[in-house]
Ligand binder design. Structure first.
Ligand SMILES: [Zn+2]
Length: 266
């Protein structure tokens, strides 16, 4: 019987050690998929090649077992994807050069759904960020910012999501969806230290942008962007982790992105 306290404490220590090890590997909590599936409906820029999946083989082979294989083609920028800094800033990170640490971290959601309700040309302001900070505290260094405009609810209806369902260079003038105001991008890059930024529209600059200033300001600082991010309505304003892993295209300016959130304090 003397051995019992020892055995009990051993079990406790082991449990704690395992628990700690588990926490150190990954935060535990509900996982939310923030990527849309890639299919023929995936939203691409009006001038970009959209996603095509073609069948190499699908069915039972001559030898009696099932086999399937497909091939796909698409532009880098479409569906849920990452913009690498080199997309708008020469000499900055290509998609394969972005440090993985920069693609994982604590997430926050700035909700501007109301502001965008009657204004599809809305650009997220510094005031929106300051209002968030007033409620939730200063944006912690190394955060991953997600802007929720509410436009995710229209995906993949191109007419409502992009403002036009036309394709080709002439369609670009008809793009209407919210984005980040260049002044806010400048304020963020000068005053807050963030790893990455994403949103539930097709571009970090709003649809009517022709100079893509927010892209250029952020990318110049090697801050990548996630576009066409799904399911932002399922995230709280803070208290979750983000993991965002793009296809590792060597020298690529962006690529398809699998992004997820794990709810619970990181
Ligand atoms: Zn892009």
């Amino acid at each position: 019987m003397k051995a019992l306290p020892f055995i009990l404490s051993f079990v406790l220590v082991t449990t704690t050690a395992v628990g700690q090890r588990r926490r150190a590997v990954l935060p535990s909590g509900t996982v939310v998929d923030l990527s849309y599936p890639f299919d023929s409906e995936s939203v691409y820029w009006p001038t970009a090649e959209s996603f095509h999946l073609t069948k190499d083989f699908e069915g039972v082979t001559e030898k009696g077992f099932y086999y399937s294989a497909y091939k796909y083609s698409a532009a880098e920028h479409g569906g849920t994807h990452l913009d690498a800094p080199v997309h708008f800033s020469q000499g900055r990170h290509t998609v394969d050069q972005i440090p993985l640490e920069q693609l994982m971290g604590s997430g926050i959601v700035i909700d501007v759904t109301k502001q965008c309700e009657d204004n599809s040309d809305y650009q997220v302001t510094i005031k929106d960020f300051l209002a968030w900070e007033k409620k939730h505290g200063r944006i912690a260094a190394g955060s991953i910012l997600l802007l929720r405009t509410g436009f995710g609810r229209f995906y993949p209806d191109r007419k409502r999501y992009l403002g036009t369902e036309e394709r080709g260079p002439e369609a670009v003038a008809g793009l209407h969806f919210p984005g980040l105001h260049p002044l806010t991008a400048r304020w963020l890059s000068a005053n807050r230290s963030i790893k990455a930024i994403g949103l539930d529209t097709a571009s970090i600059d709003y649809g009517q942008s022709t100079l893509f200033e927010s892209h250029r300001i952020l990318f110049d600082k090697n801050i990548p962007a996630f576009e066409n991010v799904a399911n932002l309505a399922r995230l709280p304003p803070k208290g979750f982790s983000v993991i965002a892993l793009p296809m590792k295209i060597k020298g690529g300016s962006g690529g398809p992105l699998r992004i997820l959130a794990i709810l619970g304090q990181p």
